[in-house]
Design a protein around this ligand. Structure first.
Ligand code: FES
Ligand SMILES: [Fe+2]
Length: 421
C-alpha cells in the first residue's frame, strides 16, 4: 500500500531570507515609491476573459486542477495533539481523514470505508482509541489505515485484508502546517512550494501555534474572493480607516515566482511603527525587517494568503464550493506563548483583522451579481495587479491550456517577470 507520510523542510540547502535578499526587496520598495509609470518593458496585459468567472465548464476544470491536483492546506498539527487525534476536511471536495498515528506520523486517507463506501468516521474531529470502526457493518481500521478486522469475515470468500486498507492521500508538513494532495503524480510538496517556502525558513514554523479559526461562506466566485488578496490597489478606497492608514500602498513591491506563488511587500506608512495591539506579545526572534517594517503578503498557490508579522500570522484560505459560492477560512498562527490561555490581546487583534476582512468581503456578493451581467466584458489589469494575471497564467498551465476553450485562455506574457521586481 502506498503510504502518506509527513515530511519537513529543515534539511533544504536553500538560503532563505538572507541579508542580500532583504536589501534587494527593500530597494524594490524604495523604487516603487518613486516610480512614475510601469517599467517600459512591462507588457500590456490582455483582458482576462469574463467567462473565466461564469463558464460552468471552465469552473470544473479550474476546481479539478486546483483541488485535486495541487497541494492544499489541510490543517495544523495543534489539531492533532495525541495519538489517534483526527479531523476530517471537506473543503477540497472528497472528505479526507487526517490522523496522527501510533508512531506520531500524520497521515491522510479518504474517509471512505473499503466495504460499501460509508464514511469511516461521521465525526468531524476527535481522538480515536487505536482504531476507526465503520458504523455501517463494523469494519475496523488501524490509525495507519490498514484493515484490522472484518465483521463476519467467514462470509467473505477470498477477501485479502491487505488490499483493503483505507485509500491514502498524500500528506506532508511544512513546519506545523499540514498539506494534502490527491494526485499521486504531482510533484513533491517541497518542490511544489518552492521558491515561496524558502522565504519562510528563517521563521520558527515548527513552533507556531494555531490561535484562532473562523469560517465564512460567501456568495461569490472563488476568484472574486482570492483576487482581492492579491493586490493593494483597493487599500485607498476600501480600507480608508484601516489598512490604508497603516500601510503605504505606493511602495508595494511585487514578486512573481514559479508554481504560481507570489508576494506583495507593502511598507509601513511610518518608520518604526509597531501595532499597539501587539505590544507585549511574544515575537518570532528571527523575524527580519521584512516582517517588522512591512506587510509581506504571500500567496501560496493556489488558495492560501499569508501576510506575515513578527508576532503573528493571519492566514486566509479560500475554497470553491460552487461557481458562485466560496468558503473562506481565516486562521491565526503565532509563536508559542507557553502554558495557559492565549494573551487577552488576541481578542482585539483578531477583531481588528476581521474588520479589514469584512471590508473586503462586503464587496463579494455585489461583484458576483455584477459579473454575471452582460455588462461584464473582461478584466483589464494594471501593473500593480499583475499578481492576479500571474495566478491565472499558472491556472491555465495546471489545467493544460489545450483543455481550455480558446476564448477563455489567458495568453502567457509574464515569463520574463518571474523574478523579484
Ligand atoms: S460500509 Fe463500512 S463496514 Fe460496510
Ligand atoms: Fe483588502
Amino acid at each position: 500500500m502506498a503510504q502518506a507520510t509527513s515530511t519537513g523542510t529543515s534539511a533544504s540547502p536553500q538560503p532563505g531570507l538572507d541579508p542580500q535578499t532583504i536589501e534587494r526587496w527593500e530597494a524594490g520598495v524604495a523604487n516603487e515609491r518613486t516610480r512614475r509609470e510601469p517599467p517600459a518593458s512591462f507588457p500590456c496585459l490582455p483582458d482576462l476573459p469574463a467567462g473565466r468567472y461564469s463558464d460552468p465548464a471552465f469552473f470544473e476544470l479550474e476546481r479539478d486542477a486546483l483541488m485535486k491536483h495541487s497541494w492544499v492546506y489541510a490543517g495544523h498539527t495543534d489539531q492533532l495533539p495525541e495519538i489517534g487525534s483526527f479531523f476530517v476536511r471537506r473543503q477540497s471536495g472528497a472528505p479526507i481523514l487526517v490522523v496522527r498515528g501510533e508512531d506520531r506520523e500524520v497521515r491522510a486517507f479518504y474517509n471512505t470505508c473499503r466495504h460499501r463506501g460509508a464514511p469511516v468516521t461521521r465525526v468531524d474531529a476527535g481522538c480515536a482509541a487505536g482504531t476507526f470502526t465503520c458504523g455501517y457493518h463494523g469494519w475496523t481500521y488501524r490509525l495507519d489505515g490498514t484493515l484490522k478486522a472484518v465483521t463476519d469475515v467467514r462470509d467473505f470468500a477470498g477477501l485479502d485484508p491487505t488490499c483493503r486498507s483505507l485509500v491514502p492521500v498524500r500528506c506532508g508538513l511544512i513546519g506545523n502546517f499540514i498539506f494534502v494532495c490527491e494526485d499521486p503524480q504531482a510533484e513533491s510538496l517541497e518542490d511544489s512550494l518552492e521558491p515561496v517556502a524558502q522565504y519562510f525558513r528563517h521563521l520558527p514554523l515548527h513552533d507556531l501555534r494555531l490561535v484562532n479559526q473562523r469560517v465564512i461562506e460567501l456568495d461569490g466566485n472563488f476568484k472574486v474572493v482570492l483576487e482581492n488578496f492579491l493586490e493593494a490597489y483597493h487599500f485607498r478606497l476600501l480600507h480608508q480607516q484601516t489598512t490604508h492608514r497603516i500601510f503605504d500602498a505606493s511602495g508595494t513591491s511585487i514578486h512573481l515566482w514559479p508554481h504560481g506563488h507570489s508576494m506583495m511587500l507593502t511598507p509601513n506608512r511610518r518608520a518604526n511603527w509597531v501595532d499597539p495591539g501587539t505590544i507585549g506579545m511574544p515575537e518570532m526572534a528571527t523575524a527580519t525587517t521584512i516582517e517588522r517594517d512591512h506587510n509581506p503578503s504571500y500567496n501560496v498557490f493556489p488558495n492560501m494568503i499569508l501576510p506575515i508579522s513578527a508576532s503573528g500570522i493571519p492566514c486566509v484560505v479560500m475554497w470553491p464550493i460552487s461557481i458562485e459560492r466560496t468558503l473562506m477560512e481565516i486562521l491565526w498562527f503565532a509563536p508559542d506563548w507557553g502554558g495557559g490561555p492565549r494573551d487577552p490581546l488576541w481578542e482585539t487583534r483578531i477583531a481588528n483583522f476581521d474588520r479589514i476582512v469584512d471590508e473586503d468581503i462586503a464587496f463579494v456578493a455585489p461583484i458576483q451579481t455584477s459579473l454575471t451581467s452582460p455588462g461584464f466584458k473582461g478584466v483589464p489589469l494594471n501593473y500593480q495587479e499583475r499578481r492576479i494575471y500571474h495566478w491565472h497564467e499558472e491556472l491555465d498551465r495546471r489545467i493544460g491550456v489545450e483543455r481550455i476553450a480558446p476564448h477563455l485562455r489567458v495568453a502567457p506574457v509574464l515569463a520574463e517577470w518571474l523574478k523579484s521586481a
